[in-house]
Design a protein around this ligand. Structure first.
Ligand code: ADP
Ligand code: MG
Length: 721
């Protein structure tokens, strides 16, 4: 028999066989490593073997005894079979009962000795074991057990694979497998007091004591965070070896520009701008995240940076996630440049800002004069280098767009912008890699900042421009809905606008409720407001005299764009929408944000919704509707009332909802154990220190070949770049 290693296919493991191997593969378990890294979620303590006479009702216990009697019965409907056995040890005897497992007759033979582990129940004053896990042990007292008489691993529900089945597979495998070479540096394991890999693997599945299982789990958590940070930190090192355009700041000139702004920059705006300019003076690419609440003035900071880049004869690309946002940026830039009175060119007929989206192109000349143009014309100007700032959507990454000398890429509301995308933007030009600035209003908890976004340097704008009013926020129960409607009407009369957010698009369908479980879920969802129904109700019954529109993700993007534009232009009074309005849209005239079923949204999301209002000079309001009286719901909604800023809220949200909320689809590749570990700031810090330490002495990991191998496998596993 060939040696069994981590990379051995489960097909080739004795006892697995092709059919079972296929089934495992369907569940994503292909190699020995896949299987061994399928960790238990908890353990059932069956370690002590009880005397039957000592059993008490309600207890989880293992007994060891002789099967004295077995019988099978069918219920009158002949639908169910019941097997009853009598098991005895030298202290007494007890009944054990199983439903619908007739094949047990082959195993539970009178005269055999077995362990039986399960819950002790009581009926008519008589104790019995209901559905105990059984394991025949023969008469050998010392025989090792798998399912009983020990801490028994319980695995996460996996389709078609029971915990028992997994124990059957994993226990012998742990014996057959060759020694696994340790990839973690031993100095780190020692410093952190973590078990070595072979021991950790054995004890996470079959621990002698619960402390051993915990230690093993800690090792794997630590390891995942360590690898994650090792990856990001080495990306950072790699990037630092690339060449970037040197952008020098003419301080005097910058001062004049800043003085020409129609407002004074806040302290942290200045600080952030400074950090950005300092980075760009370096001959290596900046990789920075600029974070700050909506309306804190990030775009202004990015614009000032782009001006400095332009003075150094480099172009800037500014990318937004949607057309509406791209247009908004385009207009902000145009206005701002107009106000500052900077002429990007001596000649007024030279373009200053261009905009490119899937649906068209525009160029702005001199002050405030903008013209529609064709994509190819704009692309030509960009290629010639005569467009200093190009704003757009993902259309900017298209092949037809080539910059002449791209110096800075600014990306709005998209945290992950890979090196590859950056290279695509800079394609066709010299070997220089442009500087990169990501802007985000989504507050990110510190643990995620260090791990998942660990390759980015961070600037934070912490204060809102002065004069901004607080948004009055209230949790409203459904009885008060009429009052809220009356209030909305009052605001609209004064010329203001309102958002109404609903958790879903369509009303729930009742016919999907096939199983009882689905029926129950459907019942729970019945009350959830849908955009379509609310829109019907509000436009026909409540506000027939007002102008309403509806917006949701099933619409074509053209349609969405035009609805958003109409609302932004003040031609709609009330916009009924799903969460699609979440990011970045700026409608200064909107003063009411009404959120239905608010308990269904994450705190960070609610915070984003609220940030859609209060952007103009008018007092704004946020109403959180909830039908839930649950304490936790209210605690959550209260958090949003009390939080001073988005970051505080993000930390709370992380505790309540876990990291998945923040990371979304992109990072679902992270193992569960790593996701859990991301909530632990101490573990994040210590693993980061360890990763920094390793890279300091050995930046390319050439002295740690096993670790390097493990890192590259990990990268592939979790779909990092
Ligand atoms: P963000 O991109 O962070 O959402 P913006 O840069 O779009 O914020 O700024 C929001 C609004 O506030 C804009 O109208 C902008 O002109 C204005 N603004 C930015 N900084 C200041 C400031 N320091 N003082 C007053 N208004 C400001
Ligand atoms: Mg913005």
């Amino acid at each position: 028999m060939a040696a069994i290693k981590l990379e051995t296919l489960l097909f080739d493991v004795p006892g697995v066989g092709p059919r079972f191997g296929r089934k495992l593969a369907q569940l994503g378990l292909r190699t020995v490593q896949d299987l061994l890294w399928h960790f238990p979620s908890r353990y059932e303590d069956f370690s002590q073997i009880y005397r039957i006479a000592d059993l008490e009702p309600g207890q989880q216990a293992t007994i060891r005894g002789l099967i004295q009697d077995v019988e099978i019965r069918r219920t009158w409907r002949k639908r169910m079979t019941i097997i009853e056995a009598v098991i005895a040890d030298n202290s007494g005897s007890i009944r054990a009962v199983w439903f619908n497992q007739p094949y047990l007759l082959n195993i539970l033979r009178v005269g055999r000795v077995g362990n039986f582990a399960g819950k002790v129940s009581i009926s008519d004053g008589e104790l019995y074991l209901s559905h105990p896990t059984h394991e025949m042990v023969g008469r050998d007292e010392e025989a090792e057990t798998r399912h009983t008489g020990r801490l028994v691993p319980i695995y996460p529900e996996t389709r078609g694979l029971t915990s028992k089945g997994l124990r059957f597979l994993i226990q012998p495998l742990l014996k057959m497998i060759d020694e696994v070479p340790e990839w973690m540096p031993s100095s780190i394991l020692e410093a952190q007091r973590l078990p070595e890999i072979n021991q950790a693997l054995r004890t996470i599945h079959f621990p002698e004591a619960i402390e051993d299982a915990t230690a093993a789990k800690n090792r794997f958590s630590f390891e995942d965070l360590f690898l994650l940070q090792l990856f990001h930190l080495s990306q950072k090192l790699k990037l630092a070896r690339e060449k970037a355009p040197r952008v020098q700041t003419d301080i005097e000139r910058l001062k004049k520009t800043v003085e020409a702004l129609p407002f004074t920059l806040t302290q942290t705006q200045k600080q952030s701008l400074w950090e950005i300019l300092k980075d760009m003076e370096q001959p290596r690419p900046m990789n920075r995240l600029l974070q700050g609440d909506v309306g804190s003035g990030k775009t202004v900071v990015a614009t000032l940076a782009a001006l400095v880049v332009h003075e150094n004869n480099f172009q800037t690309a500014l990318m937004a996630p949607t057309e509406v946002l791209a247009r908004q940026h385009f207009e902000t830039l145009r206005n701002l440049l107009g106000k500052i009175g900077v002429h990007l060119h001596e000649h007024d007929r030279m373009p200053s800002v261009g905009m490119l989206t899937a649906s068209g192109a525009e160029i702005c000349y001199g002050e405030n004069l903008s013209e529609k143009t064709t994509k190819s014309k704009l692309a030509n100007e960009v290629r010639r280098g005569s467009v200093p700032i190009l704003v757009g959507t993902h259309a900017l990454i298209e092949r037809s767009v080539k910059f002449n000398h791209l110096g800075l890429v600014v990306v709005d509301e998209q945290h992950r912008f890979g090196v590859r995308q950056r290279q695509a933007l800079a394609r066709g030009q010299s070997a220089l890699v442009p500087h990169f600035l990501s802007m985000s209003a989504t507050p990110i908890p510190r643990t995620l900042m260090l791990t998942v976004f660990g390759d980015l340097d961070i600037s934070t704008i912490t204060e809102l421009p002065s004069g901004r009013k607080n948004i009055v926020t209230k949790v409203v129960s459904s009885e008060n809905r009429p009052k809220a409607y009356a209030f909305i009407r009052g605001q609209v009369k004064r010329g203001r606008q309102a958002f109404v957010i609903c958790p879903r698009i369509d009303p729930p369908k009742e016919d999907v409720a096939k199983t009882p479980q689905n029926r129950y879920e459907a019942f729970l969802k019945l009350d959830v407001k849908s955009v379509k129904e609310e829109y019907e109700k509000l436009s026909k019954k409540i506000f027939p005299d007002l102008r309403l529109a509806m917006l949701h993700g099933q619409m074509k993007s053209k349609e969405k764009e035009s609805i958003m534009r109409t609302f932004r232009d003040g031609k709609t009074d009330i916009l009924v929408s799903t969460s699609v309005v979440e990011v970045g849209v700026d409608v200064p005239n909107a003063t009411i944000m009404m959120i239905e079923g608010s308990e269904r949204f994450g705190l960070a999301q609610l915070y984003q919704f609220r940030g859609r209002v209060g952007r103009g000079g008018h007092q704004s309001f946020c109403f959180l509707f909830t039908d839930s009286n649950a304490k936790t719901t209210n605690a959550r909604l209260k958090a949003i009332l009390e939080a001073k800023n988005g970051f505080e809220l993000a930390e709370k949200d992380l505790k309540i909802r876990g990291p998945g909320e923040f990371l979304g689809e992109a990072q679902t590749g992270l193992p569960d154990i790593a996701m859990k570990a991301l909530e632990d700031i101490e573990l994040v810090k210590s693993s980061r220190e360890a990763a920094v330490g390793v890279l300091r002495d050995d930046p390319s990991l050439k002295n740690h070949p096993l670790l390097r191998e493990r890192l590259s496998a990990f990268q592939k596993e979790i779909h990092l770049e």
